[in-house]
Design a protein around this ligand. Structure first.
Ligand code: IPE
Ligand code: IPE
Ligand code: MG
Length: 227
């Protein structure tokens, strides 16, 4: 594996806050701090690409107040973190639709992408207004008849090696469906605001203990014996 790609479905902000008698938005605020922690920890764990699910296409159906607060928080994250990204060699990129995001947020995203374009230590991809089904469909339409599995995969981005979802839910919720074809999955009951660099390290350890077979048999000797 020459390009370790970890993707995280950052889930449980709302429940974490409600469990403490706080508004859901307080959970999203705490969630932003957790993002900072994992982005800092990731490069030291050999992670080259980190894709974080921050806002799904289906999340637009949440109450307007929550959506507005999330968009504001995302903007604030970019304002606060772009400098740190440059310093730490983090290349930031957004995936997903941009045409429905608030214009000031798009401007901040473009600035962050431009300023961090040459950073090479970690490729941080933020999935915003993201739907995997839509991305697959749009990519297929764009590539047209000449599409092959290779050009299609290339256009979508790297396959996911390890997918983590917090909050105890065990589903993909329209995230990286094609790219997760052979992803190892780690589900943790931890709510996203409490997720730490140590939790990420544990998930990565778990990943390294797994036997990825990609449809083959476990070991060559066994294969020969049963042939
Ligand atoms: C994840 O936490 C953040 C987003 C989806 C934006 P949730 O807001 O989904 O938190 P729960 O799942 O309701 O607890
Ligand atoms: C998935 O979480 C989207 C993000 C983490 C951004 P949701 O909380 O929206 O997913 P469901 O509704 O539980 O499937
Ligand atoms: Mg959720």
């Amino acid at each position: 594996m020459d390009h370790f790609h970890v993707a995280i479905i950052m889930d449980g902000n709302g429940r974490w806050a409600q469990g403490r008698g706080l508004p859901r938005v307080a959970g999203h605020r705490a969630g932003a701090t957790a993002v900072r922690r994992v982005v800092e920890a990731a490069p030291n764990l050999g992670i080259k690409t980190l894709t974080l699910y921050a806002f799904s296409e289906d999340n637009w159906s949440r109450p307007a107040r929550e959506v507005t607060a999330l968009m504001k928080l995302l903007g604030r994250y970019l304002v606060d973190e772009t400098g740190r990204c440059i310093k730490n060699g983090v290349r930031l990129e957004a995936i997903g639709r941009r045409d429905r995001l608030p214009a000031p947020l798009v401007t901040l995203l473009e600035q962050a992408e431009r300023k961090t374009a040459r950073c090479r230590r970690l490729h941080l991809r933020l999935a915003l207004d993201y739907s995997s089904r839509r991305t697959i469909l749009d990519t297929a339409l764009r590539l047209g008849n000449s599409v092959t599995e290779e050009t299609f995969s290339e256009a979508l981005g790297p396959d996911v090696d390890l997918l983590i979802r917090t909050s105890g839910e065990q589903r993909l919720s329209d995230f990286l469906l094609w790219e997760c074809a052979y992803a190892e999955m780690v589900f943790t009951p931890r709510m996203w605001p409490t997720f730490t660099g140590e939790d990420l390290a544990q998930a990565v350890d778990e990943f390294h203990r797994r036997d990825r077979r990609f449809g083959r048999v476990a070991c060559e000797d066994d294969a020969r014996r049963t042939a």
